[in-house]
Design a protein around this ligand. Sequence first.
Ligand SMILES: [Zn+2]
Length: 229
Amino acid sequence: MPTNPPPPKVDLHTHTHPSQPMPGVISIQSLSLSTGISFPEEQGLYYSLGLHPWELPSLGDDALEMLEYHLDREPRIIALGEAGLDRRCDTDFALQVHLFEEQIKISERRQLPLIIHLVGAQDELLRLHKKYSPRSPWVIHGFRGKPSSARPLLDKGLYLSFGEHYQGESLTLANHFGRAFLETDDQATLPIGSVYELASSVLGIEEEELTQSLWIRAQRLFSGRICWQ
Ligand SMILES: [Zn+2]
């Protein structure tokens, strides 16, 4: 009997841009309009694209138009982001909220998950979540908060993605809700395998089991837009 290939590890959010898929890994490469965009011919690569709060001042007035332009042309962009709210950066907060709301609307219209950068603005995020009642999933990436911060987000149906540093209890809680993911973010030398290894010991489950369950979870999150072999 033929055996199925083992499921891939999913790196939900990375700023590393290999031009070929890494063996055993599906990564969602985060792209930014300000650093230039290219799409290798290679199959098996996936992207997210959005307007990050840090880069808003350097973008032109046509940033939303450019975003839609790329979304129209590249089906391998399977998520919007990273987009979000950051009270500790210099970008005017009202501008952040405005462009985040525009990206919420795009993610709803195109039914793409939204990958969110969130710093010091959880109340505002929950206010917007209530305002829009989004059908597309929202994922807070690089979550480092306490379980008491994780809880209200999980209660509202949001996903949390964990990278190099996080509170183990928050990961455990998010995974209990079936809404945890793992990522390497901007840590170019951190293999996603190490993040899985640590998470499996934090969660007290075998790495194969964790890999399998996050793979199933990712296929649902991206509505089957990701393929493996
Ligand atoms: Zn990032």
